[in-house]
Ligand binder design. Sequence first.
Ligand code: DGJ
Length: 733
Amino acid sequence: MPIAYDKTSQTITLHTDHTSYQMKIGPCGFLMHTYYGPRITGDMSYAIAWGDRGFSGNPYDAGTDRGISADVMPLEYPCEGSGDYRYTALGVRRADGPSGCDLRYKDHRIDSGIYTLDGLPCLHANEADPADDPSTLTVLLGDESTGLHVELLYGVFPHADTITRAARIVNSGKNPLILQNAASASVDFLGGEWDLIHFEGRHCGERTPERLHIRHEETRIGSRRGTSSHQNNPFVILADRRTDEDHGSCMGLSLLYSGSFCCSAAMDQFGTVRIAEGIQPERFDYRLEPGEAFETPEAAMIFTDCGLTDLSHKMHNMINDHICRGPWAKRSRPVLINSWESMGMDFDREKLLRFAKKASGLGVEMMVLDDGWFGERNSDYAGLGDWTVNEKKMGGSMKSFAEEIRSMGMKFGIWIEPEMVNEDSDLYRQHPDWALKIPGKKPVRGRYQLVLDFSRSEVVDAVFDQIAGLFDECRPDYVKMDMNRSLSDVCTAAAGEQSQGKILHKYVLGVYRFMEKLLARYPELLLEGCSGGGGRYDAGMLYYCPQIWCSDNTDAIDRLQIQYGTSFGYPQSTFGAHVSAVPNGCTGRTVPFFTRRVVSLAGGFGFELDLETLTKEEENEVVRQIDDYHTYSDLLMGGLYYRLTDPVANREEAAWMTVSEDKSRALVSIVSLNRRGGQPLRFLRLKGLDSRRMYEDTESGEVFCGAALMAQGIPLLSLEREYEARRIFLREV
Ligand code: DGJ
């Protein structure tokens, strides 16, 4: 039974294939969290130490029992006002002033099948594995003084070793309430030495792992930008201090949310570590009228005691099997060429067609027309919001352009940025109140654009109708949906004072609704997410977009670090990675063509350069690159990914490999980062092979035993120059 209720011990235990998660209805009806870790049986509350602790107050109904305190108990959904002074999942204020509530267990229900959330992404059953039946636990908690009810939702996906969580918060009282915090998940670990691994970054430098010791002061990361952001990522890891790639306990927590978020981790006064993640409480002030409900975004959790690589494999499978949807979720993607890095907005039809013709001649399968094709969009300063074709620049309609591309044997893709508007646009001139702005204050501009108020459904619908009007004619096969600034001036003209604290969340719901409408209208569409590169690389976006543009930085050496960091929480099938020109526009670095191929070979492979400028030999290399993608695409889409080095700590070389599920094939990639004279002999130990099988290096014909490749490794002598790459394809013989 994946969900078991034991009446005698009052425990509810969720079991996946390898893990267990337990809660217990404790004294005074507090819902305690008693365990998350490798699979167990029995009541885990023996680990809780009870006792009278000074300055940890007691609930009134505990009477004279001073050992009961919400400040000390491990709790499932801690709330502010119950006497718990740690970071709490729930914060509620009454509209007439006082804040605080005290949630107690009321009831629970176990259902087969998985819950859904209204307008929010959440995990679905894996159609390819009908035996992996997910089930749902709903626990009802209530607060007597306000009438607030909280339904804690848990989804159990046994084969994926995944537990999901969300909360539905209902104002069942008679007076309005203001939600000030509503986390998706909070987990307490009794004892232990833990680290928080999170992924910091910036535009052009996303997702570098940072490992922080959790101490008594609170560690808080998150985003206040209205998007999940380049700066922090909503996927985090809580790892035992001794955990490394191959050993140790760790828990991955991935929030399916693309807006502002917050993750808090801290050790309390008695050594319990609490980690909580959810919507960002800052600037969240969500008024609930009597009878109204709020649903939090979903959080997906995976625990393993086999190290970070195993955690990543499970995260990857979870995303591939339970988050990505639609026809492209697992299918190899068309190799594309994108116009952006070679021509920006400076093009006309003739230039584009020449560009496309060259690409199709070399075997590229899709031409993507990036920014610059609409309204008066010839620079960053105008046009966003006017999704009508600039027929002068395009030399005719988009339909006729798409037809010409298709006549070359290629698919047609197009760029949009629906959430944005330039002040110099017809849309803004007609509807200045559709942009987020604070009355009387000049708005902050970002890339010279303002943000459309996607918290309003009429704005979402109007932009959608404009874009769909065009897409109905030209029927793109692929859309790159971009978003190029952080939100500011978060104020809607549509509602009064009382709704302002809802906007950031409703904005995200508007973005999700836009994408859902797009996919419903064009079910075959391949949607790629993008936010100035990887500013919205999160599990929420992956529910709509099976691939996301990793970064605006296409320098292969910088990308090694970006893709390394991304791989902890996200599969390479979701990486948008393109071979671009040198010297690189972002770093000025010149990296060999072959190295650029090795680094870009991921799920969303393509090119970002002017193929007309290439030599004959370089053209041949392009043909080989495309061929490579087809040869290895099944590995890239579904193989097991191993990080062989840490390119952040180890500046000598970056290496990773992908092994087929049956361990019969493996692709090893190595890039030299730094060469010094008199280099000592070093070896790269491979991973994930079968130690008893023999493998042939298909290029040299040499045969090795799996155990040797993993124990002794391969010598790294052949890499002579900085930025040189080596690739080994191993096949079982
Ligand atoms: C940012 C994206 O990340 C780029 O690839 C490109 O599409 C530009 N926006 C276009 O404005």
